[in-house]
Design a protein around this ligand. Structure first.
Ligand SMILES: CC(C)(COP(=O)(O)OP(=O)(O)OC[C@H]1O[C@@H](n2cnc3c(N)ncnc32)[C@H](O)[C@@H]1OP(=O)(O)O)[C@@H](O)C(=O)NCCC(=O)NCCS
Length: 378
């Protein structure tokens, strides 16, 4: 319509909210949570628990607050037995992201705060969701492989406990820290597609489970969180450093996207990829299979030589997760086990300053058509 100005396709560069949670500078390649650059968090030794607290509460916890928060989180990792029963039925026929989406929705029926819309109840819900997401993912993996799920260990950190529940073996200190940092790096990213969908759902005053279910559904797609799984498929297909160049050139020739490259916001290195590249390199050495890192590095070199495209968070997280022994189809659910903290922070922020999110469209279809009864239509 002539009197409507249309925003950039895909809402590019459109500002739709104010937020105190996250700042991305796409030109400088910086990512800031509540005023702290992620480099500060990672290099300063912050944990995922501290990061989740920061995102949900707007400030870092002191020692007592952190201990209370970590204990509370560790104390609610277990899933309701009714949820476990339904998961058992679904485990053999669902993609893990479908399972996670369904179970998120299902959890609303077993919410101890059901019906309570107070901010305190929302915060308790957020804490439980952050605590339980890893349990859902690890439990699902055991169920689909006909193994008994591993009971969460409240003595372990959030990151170490996930690896323990998944692999049924306590991880060493280095692997726990790598995974902890992976969780920190994926925790929050401003109004990415899944967070935006969470806020849209929350803005109707639908509950937190509905908003998170929307977010999980949105994260799954290969243009968003699903890219890390696609990256690993590509690495396996390429299989050797020598074949990387012809593979990438063929993708370019076929005008197909190289998964794990490009970003709507970053016009330079994604700061998360910078950390993940080094973890992938180091894990490759430690596991004595540098191949996956080397193929990734070669692909990065070829892509950069041909196009102005940089690796995003998904590119080196693929080989990093692979080195950590995580099955490929769990890569995106693991993204969700971290991003749940950012989603909940945004949902809480949305509820506190809510106005229904309802944009409008520029109608380009026909007008003034006349109804013709079905039997008279050609
Ligand atoms: C992330 C992504 C969806 C951002 O998309 P966007 O901002 O809408 O950018 P576009 O898809 O419009 O891409 C702009 C241009 O760069 C190209 N491009 C972007 N990402 C590309 C990629 N990964 N491989 C090849 N070309 C790419 C597009 O083909 C397009 O070229 P054109 O202008 O000649 O048509 C996009 O870069 C992508 O699909 N990447 C691969 C999937 C991925 O890794 N997703 C995870 C994101 S964290």
């Amino acid at each position: 319509m002539a009197d409507k100005s249309i925003a950039g396709k895909g809402l590019e560069d459109v500002v739709v909210a104010t937020s105190d949670i996250c700042l991305i500078d796409g030109k400088k390649g910086t990512l800031v949570y509540r005023g702290y650059d992620i480099r500060e968090l990672v290099e300063g030794g912050a944990t995922f628990e501290e990061t989740a607290y920061l995102l949900l509460n707007g400030k870092f916890p002191n020692r007592t607050e952190l201990d209370d928060f970590s204990r509370a989180m560790a104390g609610c990792r277990a899933l309701p037995k009714e949820v476990l029963k339904i998961m058992q039925i679904l485990a053999h026929q669902s993609h893990p992201m479908e399972l996670l989406r369904t179970v998120t929705s299902l959890m609303s029926s077993y919410d101890p705060d059901r019906g309570d819309t107070s901010l305190d109840a929302m915060r308790r819900r957020a804490l439980r969701l952050v605590a339980q997401f890893p349990t859902i993912v690890a439990t699902f993996d055991h169920m689909r492989n006909n193994r008994d799920p591993v009971t969460p260990d409240p003595e372990l950190s959030h990151a170490a406990n996930f690896l323990y529940m998944l692999r049924d073996e306590k991880p060493d200190k280095y692997e726990s820290r790598v995974f902890d940092v992976c969780l920190i790096l994926h925790a929050e990213h401003e109004l990415n597609a899944s967070t935006f969908s969470a806020r849209v759902t929350a803005s109707t005053l639908a509950g937190m489970f509905g908003a998170v279910t929307s977010a999980v559904g949105t994260l799954r797609g290969p243009l968003h969180g699903g890219a890390n799984e696609e990256v690993m498929k590509m690495l396996i297909e390429v299989d050797s450093v020598e074949k990387a160049e012809s593979h990438v050139k063929q993708l370019f020739a076929d005008k197909r996207k190289i998964m794990g490259f490009g970003h709507r916001v970053y016009r330079t290195d994604d700061p998360r990829a910078t950390f993940l590249r080094e973890y992938s390199r180091e894990l490759g050495k430690r596991k004595q299979t540098p191949k996956w890192f080397e193929i990734s590095q070669k692909i990065e070199e070829i892509v950069k030589a041909n196009k102005t495209l940089y690796p995003n968070v998904d590119f080196y997280s693929a080989s990093t997760y692979h080195y950590l022994g995580i099955p490929r189809d769990l890569f995106t659910p693991i993204f969700a086990t971290s991003r749940i903290s950012g989603w909940c922070a945004h949902i809480l922020e949305q509820y506190q300053h809510n106005r229904l999110i309802r944009p409008t469209a520029d109608y380009t279809g026909p007008q003034d058509l006349k109804y013709v009864p079905v039997d008279e239509r050609k």
